[in-house]
Design a protein around this ligand. Structure first.
Ligand code: FES
Length: 120
């Protein structure tokens, strides 16, 4: 039995890119598998905000609840909105078929900043 797929649209610089992804993958994994530039510096361990996406308001209520840890990391994201989420925390389900998210123009590179701090 094959894993069901859904379509997800990433909007970057006003340009929509629609891809197919498997149910059970995260939005971050989906972006990476299609070479869409969503950074995800901490590899999904909730230690950065570089996977910040802005969810289309129509789709935001369909997502799972935001955890306290995710909210803490979102507070560090540039350009935070009422429908902001971390891409590594969005797990795709059949209900999310057609999901639309925007990749913000800027992200905060915490891992890079931390590395720089430790060198200085
Ligand atoms: S990849 Fe770091 S919090 Fe999502």
């Amino acid at each position: 039995m094959s894993i069901p797929t859904i379509s997800v649209t990433f909007v970057q610089d006003g340009t929509p890119i629609t891809v197919q992804s498997c149910v059970g993958m995260t939005l971050l994994e989906t972006a990476r598998s299609h070479h869409i530039p969503l950074e995800g510096a901490c590899e999904g361990s909730l230690a950065c905000s570089t996977c910040h996406v802005i969810v289309d308001p129509k789709w935001y209520p369909k997502l799972s609840e935001t955890s306290v840890d995710e909210e803490d990391m979102l507070d560090l994201a540039f350009g935070l909105t009422n429908t902001s989420r971390l891409g590594c925390q969005i797990v795709l389900s059949l209900e999310l078929d057609g999901l639309v998210v925007t990749i913000p123009g800027q992200t905060r590179h915490l891992v890079s900043m931390n590395n720089k701090d430790s060198v200085d």
